[in-house]
Design a protein around this ligand. Structure first.
Ligand code: CAA
Length: 379
């Protein structure tokens, strides 16, 4: 068993860490407070291969492995969780989906610019009445000659406001649940496709979260990904990969919480000593560091399993569960170490605290991860 990163992975980490410190971290406060989408940063990340880390160069990506993807996600999230959310949706929820399930024509038209950071995309699975119960899709799709016609509403769709296209899930027959689901690529500006609401959120404020409406929206038949009825399995297999991305994001947030806890506790003086000299603070720091390391190891292992081929559903869910709960633990402790300063906007602790919260909700709640893990243990 080898625990060290390969030379390529180490170099990749150094490159992303340097980029994140120089280009991402200095903008994190503004991205959060003003709720601005980091267009310029995303463009630069695309040029570095960070918008398609594990996508082969032939399709516009960096051609690195999934461990490099996890490392890169972690480093970007450590600097700015909002920016890493845009990164993970493009890389895993849409890029990986198109790479694994898209036709050659779909890859050339949609994946190549996406992986190069020249476009943004979103993954439209959730609905007002179908969140955890993803097979209960109410959005319908019917074939009409050489087009598919979509009708329905999608909810909480990350990046939708800026997205050039969406991968939309819909059913040909609500009565057959998972077996009726289809995945379709819908371009922005397609008649009948509108954004009806942009949500105001607690955290991850630099990436949009929208409600989408489809009314008799006609999509060319060649935009169907896979076959009619394969959409649920495509959605689930894609979420396996997405959950590695969210796990890595959560590890990055936890590491960010450790960074600020170390920095603040060594310079803040109380009772005539730096507060780092008190055991109450040392124990919190030790717990943050230990849990972060455990989450990192599980995340890298899930990524490594994906690279080896075969199913990694259980390991991705375990990594996401542990890492997201760790991010929330770490951010809560970091805020506590900062005392009153943790609660005000001049210090980053409150941002990490707000940004960490969604990692236990999106791409499957912690409760759903436990269901997936238990199903695999009991089958
Ligand atoms: N890979 C491949 N196939 C899979 C799979 C996977 N990971 N998981 C399930 N399947 C297959 C099953 O094998 C089964 O196939 P057969 O019919 O051939 O046997 C079929 O799919 C149906 O599976 P289940 O019976 O297990 O389906 P279910 O209805 O019980 O649902 C669930 C299971 C785990 C609860 C699932 O619905 C789930 O993961 N829900 C959470 C959805 C989620 O994560 N939503 C987040 C939205 S995305 C988001 O947050 C994006 C964003 O904007 C950031």
């Amino acid at each position: 068993m080898r625990f060290e990163l390969t030379q390529e992975q180490q170099l990749f980490r150094e490159m992303v860490r340097e980029f994140a410190a120089k280009e991402v971290a200095p903008r994190a406060k503004q991205v959060d407070e003003e709720g601005v989408f980091p267009h310029e940063t995303i463009k630069k990340m695309g040029e570095l291969g960070l918008m398609g880390v594990a996508i082969p160069p032939a399709y516009g990506g960096a051609g690195a492995d999934t461990v490099c993807y996890a490392i890169a996600m972690e480093e970007i999230a450590r600097a700015c969780a909002s920016t890493s959310t845009v990164m993970t949706v493009n890389n895993s929820l849409v890029g990986d989906l198109l790479y694994r399930f898209g036709s050659e024509a779909q890859k050339l038209r949609y994946l190549v610019p996406l992986a190069g950071g020249r476009t943004v995309a979103c993954y439209a699975l959730s609905e007002p009445g179908a969140g955890s119960d993803a097979a209960g899709q109410q959005t319908t799709v019917r074939k009409d000659g050489n087009v598919f016609v979509l009708n329905g509403t999608k909810n909480f769709i990350t990046n939708a406001l800026e997205a050039d296209f969406a991968v939309v899930f819909a059913t040909v027959d609500r009565g057959i649940r998972a077996k009726g689901v289809c995945a379709l690529i819908v371009e922005k500006g397609t008649p009948g496709f509108t954004i009806t609401k942009v949500e105001k959120k607690l955290g991850i404020r630099g990436s949009s979260c929208c409600q989408l409406l489809f009314e008799e929206c006609r999509v060319p038949a060649e935009n169907l990904v896979g076959e009619v009825g394969q959409g649920f399995k495509i959605a689930m297999a894609t979420l396996d990969s997405g959950r590695i991305g969210v796990a890595a994001q959560a590890v990055g947030i936890a590491q960010g919480a450790l960074d600020i806890s170390l920095g603040y506790s060594m310079q803040r003086v109380a009772f005539e000593k730096p507060i780092a000299s008190f055991q109450a603070i040392q124990w919190m720091i030790a717990d943050i560091a230990t849990r972060t390391e455990a989450a990192r190891l599980m995340t890298y292992r899930a990524a490594w399993l994906k690279d080896r081929g075969g199913r990694y559903t259980r390991e991705a869910s375990m990594a996401k569960l542990l890492a997201s709960e760790t991010a929330n633990f770490a951010a809560t402790k970091a805020l506590q170490i900062h005392g009153g300063y943790g609660y005000i906007y001049d210090f980053p602790a409150q941002r990490l605290f707000r940004d960490a919260r969604i990692t236990e909700i999106y791409e499957g709640t912690s409760e759903i991860q436990r269901v997936v893990i238990a199903q695999h243990l009991l089958s």
